[in-house]
Write a protein that binds this ligand. Structure first.
Ligand code: AMP
Length: 477
């Protein structure tokens, strides 16, 4: 069974004597984007150094002995999330390759839609793959390029890959940041004194006291070297379509996108949800932590406060870390407990940011009833997820998506709620500052809700791949 996968976090820093330590801190701030593995590669002007571990950054990279192995003034780092079968140390990034023009190391957040096709072609032509990760296809393409300069090899390669990607690349004396032509996956530029930084989210700048310079634009390649920052735009200009799920779920609420905090966006989603779906109840309670900002926005707009009816144990990792459905369910129980005296005999509005498989809702609603709740009205601050993702959150099996299997009443019955309502697609756009979805279309990629895919999922649509070939590669990060 395919599982829902999470994004990955990437970081890079150039010209700082504490490059490895600052990268470890940056990755720690990006830990929510992936918890199964982490890695840092540094360059000291002569050699590259690499340390990769399974598990959390804080459990691995705070130890002096690991950071001591990472000398140099430039570094890139990566947090990885993967499915169980592919949780192998060899798949942990950054990847490194020694090319005839020098070393190159690469960290990737996103998912390539044509990785399997590329891999097949590359293997046919003699490439030997060491991992099952789609990112390795990029490394192989760079290695195969006949262009003389590393930057041209990289640019030639990104013309061959399709999908959502943000990359940080460390080449000798250069830190390179790239966002795919639609800007589906995020990447920001920061500065700490004279040192340039690249990171998936601004919260990774905050942790080290760095300032946000700007976002890397869609289709932009930034090259950071002793000469400063150079911006290249190799792709034809097109309108950006960042993934709307970054705003809804992925990014940390304290991160800033487009000069607005993710927290503010989520409060507006909640306010819009209240406008569309409010009914009277005794209490408004969020699913912690994912539903909190939306619930605050919801409650504010109906003149109420939220109540903490569910308490989360912060010492349990994210529910989705566990690979099997059975353990995932257990994870939810470990993670949440009901504030019983508060909710007994009460009717509740239960707010979360999204509903995917329904695992979280089923468990929580059961616990709420067991604790004496009278009614549970579920309100979700995003539309029903009906379509799989191929650009970095990978839910390839549509059958796993509750809203694809059932209609609204079917979902309600399945999770055993008194009522369930989702934010409408136009409500989602209103909360994001537009009149509706069609005004100024396209603003985002919202394929999870609409099935409107900006990039064809080439591999997924290719019927020639055997099941084995499809499952051989992990395409998530
Ligand atoms: P589910 O329990 O399967 O319905 O998933 C929805 C819950 O998981 C919500 O609480 C979301 O905040 C959270 N969630 C949504 N998308 C993801 C994802 N890609 N990875 C991990 N958790 C997610």
């Amino acid at each position: 069974m395919s599982s829902l996968k999470e994004e990955c976090g990437i970081f890079g820093i150039f010209d700082n004597k504490d490059a490895a330590t600052l990268t470890a801190l940056g990755l720690h701030a990006l830990q929510h984007r992936g918890q199964e593995g982490c890695g840092i590669v540094t360059f000291d002007g002569k050699n590259f150094y690499s340390e990769k571990r399974l598990g959390l950054v804080g459990d691995n990279f705070t130890k002096d002995n690991v950071l001591k192995n990472l000398p140099g003034n430039a570094a890139i780092g990566h947090n990885r999330y993967s499915t169980s079968g592919n949780n192998l140390i060899k798949n942990v990034q950054p990847f490194f390759a020694d090319l005839h023009v020098g070393g190159v190391s690469i960290a990737h957040n996103g998912n390539l839609c044509n990785a399997r096709s590329l891999r097949k072609e590359l293997v046919k032509n003699g490439s030997i793959f060491q991992t099952t990760s789609d990112t390795e296809a990029i490394v192989q393409l760079i290695a195969k390029s006949k262009r003389p300069r590393i930057i041209d090899k990289i640019i030639e390669s990104i013309f061959k890959i399709k999908g959502g990607y943000a990359l940080t690349i460390l080449a000798e004396n250069k830190l390179i940041g790239i966002r795919d032509p639609f800007g589906i996956r995020p990447l920001v530029i920061g500065k700490l004194n004279n040192s340039y930084i690249l990171a998936s989210e601004t919260c990774a700048l905050d942790i080290i006291g760095a300032k946000l310079v700007r976002e890397v634009e869609n289709g932009e390649v930034v090259v950071i070297s002793d000469k400063g920052l150079e911006s290249l735009k190799p792709f034809p200009k097109m309108k950006q379509r960042p993934c709307i799920f970054e705003y809804i779920y992925f990014s940390r609420p304290d991160s800033i996108i487009n000069n607005v905090s993710v927290y503010e966006y989520r409060k507006k989603l909640g306010a819009e949800l209240a406008k569309e779906t409010h009914i009277n109840s005794d209490l408004i309670i969020p699913v912690p932590d994912s539903g909190v900002p939306a619930a605050i926005g919801y409650a504010e707009s109906v003149g109420k406060n939220i109540e903490l009816g569910i308490i989360r144990n912060h010492y349990v990792g994210r529910t989705f870390i566990e690979p099997t459905q059975q353990i995932r369910s257990l994870g939810v129980k470990l993670k949440h407990n009901i504030n019983k005296t508060l909710i007994k005999n009460k009717s509740l509005i239960l707010i979360d940011d999204s509903l995917v498989r329904g695992t979280t809702s089923i468990k929580i609603i059961k616990m709420l009833y067991e604790a004496g709740a009278k009614e549970v009205h579920v309100r979700i601050s995003s539309p029903p997820i009906k379509f799989p993702d191929y650009y970095g959150i990978d839910t390839p099996d549509q059958n796993d998506l509750l809203a694809s299997k059932f209609d609204l009443d079917g979902i309600r019955k399945y999770i055993n709620a008194t009522s369930i309502k989702f934010l409408s697609i136009d409500g989602l756009y209103k909360a994001m500052g537009y009149q509706n979805r069609n005004s100024m279309y396209p603003q985002f990629t919202d394929h999870c809700f609409t099935g409107d895919y900006p990039i064809e999922p080439t591999d997924a649509n290719n019927k020639d791949f055997t099941k084995n070939e499809m499952s051989l590669m992990s395409t998530n990060r």
